[in-house]
Design a protein around this ligand. Structure first.
Ligand code: FAD
Length: 409
């Protein structure tokens, strides 16, 4: 038997799923979220961008996030050997939020999901979506609960917010290889014991390996004296290092320069995690009875901490289009969802490419800064990658000529 007391079923209760379900609940729809795990659960992706605050605000989740006591964040700092540069996100071209938080995702994701639930969204944990069908204007999902019992639910539409689970891309054969090479990330949480007064806890610190420009680290401080630390390199580079994953991470941190000094007293008390080949793409972001949100759609690269912001942007766009569709309006998902979403993804993609081929590092570390241009770059680093008034969003290829200029100065 299939039950149909829901208008919309959302797969996954991560940030994309929690926000889209809250936005649709606000518009009066009956929304059910099916989540495979139980919260709190670990997730990588702890540094937010100010642009994401706008979407949390739309979903009426900001009060709960402010109250949680997360680490304040107002920018990004970059270091490589003796070079250091920082961006203050309040000094940016685009209007809007200039600050945000660095969050332990187990806690953050639970706050968003609980807030959605308090607003009236129904969330069922321990429920794994295993199949999808669409016929006669009805979307069906098959669900397995923890005891292995299988049941079917129907609704008018399914939003896939299953992140790295990539439920609909796998079931419908939509997976497409990413254009980015396969990289590996090693990461952990530490008691950081950082004493250095020059270290700014209000910023993520991105460090480039002094010898290898495509190997980089993140240091994301939390508000409780702990930090998330990780390194990203090609899979081959990580494979040829000696030892287990913890040895590899520690060896690379030792080679990092200033970050190694900062972390001299750190207590590595947590298991090291490893992820490989997380960049992904799909052949289409929507189809009959479904759309893909957040990481279930496309994931680029972690270097600009853009993952959650892109996920929430996709939720915000999808909620508007779906609302119109369910009210009987003729909607065009390509023009109203895919193209606007891809505007920002395109900006970040060019920035990611320019990061790894060195152009962006030349721009970031240049000695002669031009203040208006720095504000434009700062805006994109703050997540305002959809603001086409910004010349570096409108024509992101301008980065190449800017890098050229920076190199010749
Ligand atoms: P998720 O948060 O992954 O949530 C998906 C949910 O779906 C999960 O709870 C999962 O259990 C559930 N699910 C999966 N399969 C099923 C199923 N079959 N049935 C039901 N439920 C299911 N982003 C940032 O913004 N800042 C960062 O600093 C950052 N750093 C990163 C570092 C690395 C190394 C990597 C790889 C990524 C990083 N990201 C970062 C990206 C970030 O992790 C993701 O973009 C973000 O978590 C996406 O959110 P989401 O809601 O789409 O998916």
């Amino acid at each position: 038997a299939t039950q149909s007391q829901y208008d919309i079923i959302v797969i996954g209760a991560g940030p994309a799923g929690a926000v889209v379900s809250a936005l649709l609940n606000q518009r009066g729809y009956r929304v059910l979220v099916l989540e495979k795990t139980y919260f709190p659960r670990f997730s990588i992706g702890e540094s937010l961008l100010p642009q994401s605050m706008r979407f949390l605000e739309q979903a009426n989740m900001l009060d709960a996030v402010h109250a949680a006591g997360f680490q304040f964040k107002n920018g990004a700092a970059f270091s490589c050997a003796e070079r250091y540069e920082s961006f203050d996100f309040n000094e940016k071209f685009t209007e809007g939020w200039g600050t945000t938080y660095q969050v332990q995702r187990d806690k953050f994701d639970k706050i968003l999901a609980d807030t959605a639930e308090q607003q009236g969204v129904e969330i069922c944990y321990g429920q794994t979506v295993t199949a999808f069908e669409y016929h006669q204007k009805t979307a069906y999902v098959t669900v397995a609960d923890e005891d292995g019992d299988v049941y079917k639910l129907r609704s008018q539409f399914v939003l896939d917010a299953s992140g790295y689970g990539r439920v609909l891309p796998r079931l419908l054969g939509l997976d497409k290889p990413s254009n980015f090479p396969s990289r590996t990330s090693l990461f952990t949480h530490i008691e950081d014991r950082i004493q250095d007064e020059n270290y700014d806890r209000n910023k993520i610190l991105i460090t480039v390996h002094p010898q290898f420009q495509d190997v980089w680290y993140w240091l994301i401080p939390f508000s409780n004296g702990r930090s998330s630390v990780g390194v990203v390199a090609t899979q081959e580079f990580i494979q040829q290092l000696d030892g287990e994953t913890d040895d590899k991470l520690k060896q690379l941190i030792n080679e990092s320069g200033w970050m190694a000094t900062l972390l001299q007293q750190a207590n590595f008390d947590t298991r090291v995690g490893e992820l490989t080949g997380y960049a992904c793409d799909v052949s289409q972001l929507y189809g009959d009875g479904y759309a893909l949100l957040g990481n279930a759609g496309e994931f680029l690269d972690p270097v600009f901490s853009s993952g959650v912001t892109i996920a929430l942007k996709s939720s915000s766009l999808a909620a508007s289009v779906l609302d119109k569709q369910l009210q009987g309006e003729e909607v065009d998902w390509h023009n109203a969802f895919v193209l606007p979403l891809q505007q920002g993804i395109h900006t970040f993609k060019e920035f990611v490419e320019a990061w790894y081929d060195g152009r962006l590092q030349d721009v970031i570390f240049t000695r002669n800064k031009n203040a208006p241009i720095k504000r434009m770059i700062s805006s994109i680093l703050a997540g305002y990658a959809w603001d086409t008034h910004n010349p570096y969003v409108k024509d992101v290829k301008r980065l190449s000529s800017l890098a050229e200029l920076c190199r010749n100065r």
